[in-house]
Every structure is written in structure tokens, then in C-alpha cells.
Design a protein around this ligand. Structure first.
Ligand code: NAD
Ligand code: ZN
Length: 352
């Protein structure tokens, strides 16, 4: 197949590009090399037979040019992070939603009917919780007063008691909690509308916390594993927010790349006009504190410091049930937490 990977210069996109090229596919990349992600302005080293196009997904002409002769699009390009600063909202909506709309319109014009979309677990907001009395509940946003007082667990919205966290499935109602999350959900809706209108097919991969080699350094847009790893590289202790008990599903970037290959391979056999979402998680429930400890231990210290700080817009627990991806697409995560964190603690961080 001939595949266009948007955002193919990024952390996950470049892993997808390498995996696709290694599997013998023709690959072309469209990436704007956003300065926040690529301060040097240079594209990363990609396999020599990959065509790199420096361009923006919001630029219809550039998109249409790269789509010529393409069988499927793997849409990774996005502005990532929490989107807490409202001054960033137009850039998030522009890159993520306007960019997706421009891409979809160009696919409609050029007859490209197959799309894999990089989605995110952020569309769920808080994960699933169970109250002993009220069953499955969806807690609302946590109150700053509770967070200031160190009450990090969201209470049952009905009776206020402590909840037991569970695994989120793809059918959980979306509840985006920040600008970035809202733009990731809108991408899914745009892609579904495109599929219906153009007899296209889209599979959305809702990644959980992706980590591994090639992660961006400690910018405000980087993931927590990268922040910890960067602190350790400076000889500093990883600073763990809240009490470190936030549950996450850390999934290795190579497993995420493999999920993209599985989804691209499945597209032609999917019903025309359909959209389906898949959680992409390792299935190992870990905490943010455990990630900090694992990296500090493998790196040879210093030990993490739990700060009690918090970020509004962060959720307490979000862990995935990825059974749908395993049963329908035959995907299996290959990199256990212990192996992946030990390896990530040892790699040289991305020079950019
Ligand atoms: N890293 C995670 O844990 C995680 C979790 C869930 C979802 N995702 C999603 O995965 C995808 C890849 O994220 P990543 O972590 O590799 O981020 P990244 O910032 O490393 O890569 C994104 C790439 O997209 C490019 N890009 C951004 N806006 C663009 C535009 N308008 N036109 C062209 N290129 C543009 C950037 O230059 C960058 O190279 C994103 O869609 C993101 O929302 C990531
Ligand atoms: Zn209750």
C-alpha cells in the first residue's frame, strides 16, 4: 500500500513511518515541523525510501499534492498537550480540527477512502468509576478547593463517597475536559461525517499514555514520562504531581505503531461509510508515581519527589479496556511496563 502519514516527523508518527517502511509499504510524510516540537526546524531521520513533504495539513494545495496515488491516510498530525492556556485555543482548533477538515475535503476530492485517525483517551475525561451504592458513575471535574486540600479522588456525584476506578471502554460517553481534548473529539466527529458522506472508512485509535524513545523533551506539551526522564537526565528528581496515585495505562510507542499497521490492514474489509474507535492501551494499570519510580530506578536515581501540585484539566484515573483492539484487529502489546521503562530510562533523549 501507499500510505500518507501526516505528522510523520513526530514522536508517534515517526514510529509508524518506520514500522510501515519496514513492512514494505510506500510511505510519504506531511509534517509542518511545529517549532514547539521541532525547535531545530529539521525533520528527524526517517528511512531513506520515505518521501518527506514539509507542509501543513491546513494547506489544501499541499495536502492534495501529497494525496496523489495514496491508498490510505494515517492522520497523526496534531498539536498535543493539555490546552490549558486559552490563548493556544485557536492554534489547537486550527491544527487539529481545521487541519482535519482540510485533509478530509482533499481526500473526498481525490477519492482516498481509507483513514486511520490518531485519537486519544482524553475524549473520555475521567475514566470509569463504580460506587458501592450507585453502580457505574461518571464524576464531574474536580473542584480546585478539593485539590488544594489534597483530596484528589473524585467523589461519587450522587452520594459523595469514595469510588473504585475501573477500565474505560469505547462506548463510554465522551466528556472532554480541556481544549486539546475537545479538538480530539471533534476530529472523530469530522471523520465520521466524512465517512458517511463519502463512502469512506475510518478507524480511530484512542491512544492512552504513549511513551518510549523519540518522546519530545520537557515542553509544556510533553507527556509525563518525558518530563520525568528529562529531569533525570539533568540529575534532578522527577517531580510527581498530586500524590502519585493517578492511574494510567502506559503503552509503548512501538505497540502503538503496530496498532496503526493493524488498523491500516483492516480498513479494506470494513463496511463502507463506517467509523469505529479502539482503545490502545497496554492493559497494565500503573500509576504516575510508579512511572517516576521505575524510570528513577532504571536511571540510577535520584528518587522521585511527590509535590502535591496539580494541573486543572488533568483527570485522576483513566485506564483502558483494549479488548476490542485485541479481538477485532488481532493486536497484542509486546512491550511490558518493566521492559519499556528500563529501556526508556537508558536511551539518549531526542536532540530537538
Ligand atoms: N503522545 C501521546 O501520549 C498521545 C496520546 C493520545 C493521542 N496522541 C495523538 O497522537 C498523535 C501524535 O502525537 P505525538 O505524541 O506523536 O505528538 P508530536 O507533537 O510528537 O507529533 C505531532 C506531529 O504533528 C505535526 N503537526 C502538528 N500540527 C501540524 C499541522 N497543522 N500540519 C502538519 N503537521 C502538523 C508536528 O510538527 C509533529 O511532528 C496526535 O494526533 C496526538 O493527539 C498522542
Ligand atoms: Zn454513590
Amino acid at each position: 500500500m501507499e500510505i500518507l502519514v501526516t505528522g510523520g516527523a513526530g514522536f508517534i508518527g515517526s514510529a509508524v513511518v518506520r514500522a510501515l517502511a519496514a513492512a514494505g509499504h510506500g510511505v510519504r510524510v506531511l509534517d509542518a515541523l511545529l517549532p514547539a516540537v521541532h525547535p531545530s526546524g529539521r525533520a528527524p531521520d526517517l528511512p531513506s525510501d520515505v518521501t518527506f513533504c514539509h507542509g501543513d495539513v491546513r494547506d489544501a494545495a499541499a495536502v492534495e499534492e501529497t494525496l496523489a496515488g495514496v491508498d490510505a491516510v494515517c492522520h497523526q498530525a496534531a498539536m498535543v498537550g493539555l490546552g490549558l492556556d486559552l490563548d493556544d485555543a485557536p492554534a489547537y482548533a486550527g491544527c487539529n480540527d481545521l487541519g482535519t477538515a482540510v485533509l478530509l475535503a482533499a481526500m473526498a476530492r481525490t477519492g482516498v477512502r481509507h483513514l486511520v485517525l490518531a485519537g486519544s483517551m482524553v475524549v473520555y475525561g475521567e475514566g470509569r468509576y463504580r460506587c458501592a451504592e450507585h453502580g457505574d458513575v461518571a464524576p464531574g471535574p474536580r473542584r480546585p478547593a478539593d485539590l488544594d486540600a489534597g483530596r484528589f479522588e473524585p467523589p461519587c456525584p450522587v452520594c459523595g463517597t469514595t469510588l473504585a476506578p475501573g477500565l474505560v471502554t469505547e462506548d463510554a460517553p465522551p466528556d472532554p475536559r480541556n481544549v486539546y481534548a475537545a479538538t480530539k473529539l471533534a476530529q472523530e466527529h469530522l471523520a465520521s461525517a466524512w465517512a458517511r458522506a463519502c463512502q469512506g472508512t475510518v478507524l480511530t485509535l484512542r491512544y492512552h499514555n504513549v511513551y518510549g524513545p523519540g518522546m519530545p523533551r520537557d515542553t509544556p506539551y510533553a507527556g509525563v514520562a518525558s518530563l520525568f526522564r528529562s529531569a533525570l537526565a539533568r540529575g534532578e528528581a522527577p517531580r510527581v504531581f498530586e500524590d502519585g496515585g493517578q492511574r494510567r495505562d502506559f503503552v509503548h510507542v512501538e505497540d502503538v505503531a503496530a496498532a496503526n499497521l493493524a488498523a491500516l490492514a483492516a480498513l479494506p474489509s470494513r463496511p463502507v461509510g463506517s467509523a469505529r474507535a479502539y482503545n490502545v492501551g497496554s492493559g497494565e494499570v500503573r500509576t504516575v508515581g510508579e512511572m517516576a519510580e521505575a524510570l528513577a530506578e532504571a536511571h540510577g536515581g535520584p528518587a522521585p519527589v511527590v509535590t502535591g501540585q496539580y494541573r486543572l484539566g488533568d483527570v485522576r484515573h483513566i485506564t483502558a479496556d483494549s479488548a476490542r483492539l485485541r479481538t477485532e484487529l488481532g493486536w497484542r502489546p509486546q512491550v511490558p511496563f518493566r521492559t519499556g521503562t528500563a529501556e526508556f530510562a537508558a536511551v539518549v533523549l531526542r536532540p530537538d
